[in-house]
Design a protein around this ligand. Structure first.
Ligand SMILES: Nc1ncnc2c1ncn2[C@@H]1O[C@H](COP(=O)(O)OP(=O)(O)OP(=O)(O)O)[C@@H](O)[C@H]1O
Length: 306
């Protein structure tokens, strides 16, 4: 059996004279969760649209479970589940009526009770969709997406606008799907979501993938961060003169972040310096960079390069 579930090769997508996707390539293995992150307008939803068979690529090739999702729609549509950014429900139908309506045209659909149990909405069965909370609507979205037991699930920003508890509930559900062998392609603005769920991820910016791989690989090669607050000291006074070490110091008001590939030595120098001057390094921490920082750096570097 082919172990690749999703394949994107040199995808380009143009809207009239604007090229929204500019040569994107990646693969997702069966049973893997892959996250597409990116700035607003990076091209994530457009990439998903092509994979879902809603658009023909301007150039390049995509395959889902070995098929062209547009030309061979019949072969692949029933094996995919979609959660789109905007859910189109009838507000006046109850949860039960909504699921029943979808079951009618989903061959091999799960029982209504089974699917609602799965997403934790059984107790809301008789409630009208218009009265559900945002988190409950997202869970109903997921219920409809998994109703036909899909092999591949596309989730476009599945937790946008949800409170922390509702997000965690959605994460738990997504983890269950992955544990059962479902392949998931997720787009998100939340870096912690990708950190929590994704086996591999890509950061997109202006139509291109700028970095890709496992979380470890994306973080590798980026220096350790030494962060602290120090009121009343100018950046030039810190004990880090320019030198051969790959190091940078960022100041944001009194908050300093030193990025370094020699954390132990740099920390020792900093602590000795502060001790000799009787200075208190408030909130001192040594940590690896967060995806958030990498994301911002990527966006910043690209802006400078553009
Ligand atoms: N139908 C369309 N016609 C013209 N331009 C479009 C169309 N859809 C998207 N775009 C443009 O293409 C670019 C990529 O949009 P896309 O929705 O794929 O990005 P995204 O990464 O999903 O963004 P977001 O995170 O904001 O949802 C944006 O500049 C957007 O304005």
């Amino acid at each position: 059996m082919n172990t690749t579930a999703i394949e994107v090769r040199d995808l380009h997508q143009r809207y009239e004279d604007f090229e929204a996707v500019r040569g994107v390539s990646f693969e997702v293995a069966r049973g893997e969760l892959y996250a597409l992150l990116g700035t607003n307008g990076a091209g994530k939803t457009t990439t998903l649209d092509v994979l879902e068979g809603f658009r023909a690529p301007t150039k390049g090739q995509v395959r889902v479970l070995g098929h062209d999702p547009l030309a061979e729609r019949a072969a692949v549509r029933r094996r995919m589940g979609l959660v789109l950014q905007e859910a189109g429900f009838y507000k006046d139908l109850t949860v039960a009526e909504t699921v029943d309506a979808w079951r009618r045209w989903t061959p091999g659909a799960m029982d209504r009770r089974a699917v609602l149990d799965r997403v934790g909405l059984t107790h809301r069965e008789q409630v009208r969709v218009g009265q559900l909370s945002g988190g409950e609507k997202r869970r109903l979205d997921l219920a409809l997406a998994v109703l036909g037991r899909p092999e591949v699930l596309f989730l476009d920003e599945p937790t946008t606008g949800l409170d922390p508890e509702a997000r965690r509930n959605v994460w738990a559900l997504v983890r269950e799907m992955v544990a059962e062998g479902v392949t998931v392609l997720l787009t998100t603005h939340y870096l912690d979501e990708a950190e929590q769920l994704a086996q591999r991820l890509a950061i997109m910016h202006a139509g291109r993938i700028v970095t890709e791989g496992t979380l470890g690989a994306v973080l590798a090669g980026r220096g350790t961060r030494i962060a602290f607050r120090l009121p009343g000291v100018r950046p030039g006074e810190l004990p880090y003169a320019s030198g051969p070490t790959r190091r940078s110091v960022r100041a944001d008001g009194e908050a300093y972040t030193v990025e370094t590939d020699r954390p132990q030595e740099d920390l020792r120098v900093l602590l000795t310096w502060a001790h000799q001057r009787g200075l208190e390094l408030a909130g001192l921490e040594v940590r690896r960079p967060s995806l958030e920082e990498i994301f911002l750096e990527v966006a910043e570097t690209e802006k400078v390069a553009a």
